[in-house]
Design a protein around this ligand. Structure first.
Ligand code: NAD
Length: 254
């Protein structure tokens, strides 16, 4: 259906000197992880983002916050990479993609084999003490939640938090590193993001002004469709499957 555009994109990927991918929650819906904003099935249709995804909600009601996160952790732990994660990992292995910048916290790019991953909103597998910054594995953090509803640090008794960026928090150094990637990019491939969350969405115009080509694949329209050089409105599974064929990638069953 999008054959011409996918053919063009395959050509750009083959010729690019420094291709970078920017991914959002839409790359993981086909792994069974709901995104935030898809109508009806997005997470925000089910829960209040202020209670479960803001620093204010976390500090104000850690018990309620962890009730939700226990469920979320188990879903994230069960999830497996899908074809989009695998295609990106293969492109990197073949030298056709330099880095993946992801807003996702689900660890699926790493599970699929991507090496250069900038997780600008953190990674759910890690946690930390908000007082002394001591790191904790999520598994350990969850054991503590099972014991006492709210986990505390062994060293300073500070509150433990998943190492993911909540609304109201600053972004980690991975964001500044991503900006450096964007400056070098001559092709930016944006996959499965509504591009409504800043400052990450700002990387798209940054790439464009830096003279990179911008290609965007998303089910729905985004605010940057008009700025992109190529836009495909499609499910990622079918688009990436065809792209992998056009690029001659050998995909294992996922
Ligand atoms: P978003 O929910 O705002 O947008 C997701 C976009 O992906 C939507 O526009 C939707 O139409 C599209 N989409 C969904 N499934 C798709 C598919 N199969 N094929 C093509 N397009 C598809 O998510 P966002 O832009 O990443 O930004 C919001 C925040 O979501 C980020 O901060 C991120 O941390 C967080 N988040 C992450 C996860 C995860 O780690 N998997 C899950 C939910 C939310």
């Amino acid at each position: 259906m999008h054959e011409g555009k996918l053919y063009q994109l395959a050509g750009w990927l083959e010729q690019a000197r420094y291709a970078v991918a920017l991914t959002g929650a839409g790359v993981s819906t086909e792994s069974g992880i709901p995104d935030f904003r898809s109508p009806e099935c997005g997470l925000w249709a089910m829960v209040d983002p202020i209670k479960v995804a803001s620093i204010e909600g976390f500090l104000g009601d850690p018990v309620g916050f962890y009730e939700f996160w226990k469920w979320r952790f188990s879903k994230l732990n069960e999830a497996k990479p899908n074809i989009t994660h695998s295609v990106l990992a293969q492109l990197e292995a073949r030298g056709r993609l330099k880095t993946v910048i992801t807003q996702n916290i689900d660890n699926l790019h790493r599970k699929a084999g991507s090496q250069q991953v900038f997780e600008v909103h953190g990674n759910y597998t890690q946690g930390l003490c908000i007082k002394c910054r001591k790191p904790y594995e999520t598994e350990e953090l969850l054991r503590k939640v099972e014991e006492r509803s709210v986990p505390h640090c062994d060293e300073c008794h500070g509150l433990l938090k998943p190492n993911v960026v909540l609304f109201g928090e600053l972004l980690p150094p991975a964001f500044a590193e991503s900006e450096l990637e964007i400056y070098q990019a001559d092709l930016l491939l944006v996959l499965g993001s509504s591009l409504e969350v800043y400052p990450v969405a700002g990387l798209v115009p940054q790439a464009k002004y830096g003279k990179a080509k911008v290609a965007l694949i998303n089910r729905e329209e985004t605010p940057f469709d008009g700025l992109a050089d190529l836009v495909i409105h499609s499910d990622l599974g079918s688009a990436m499957c065809r792209l992998s064929e056009l690029l001659g990638l050998r995909m294992q069953a996922v």
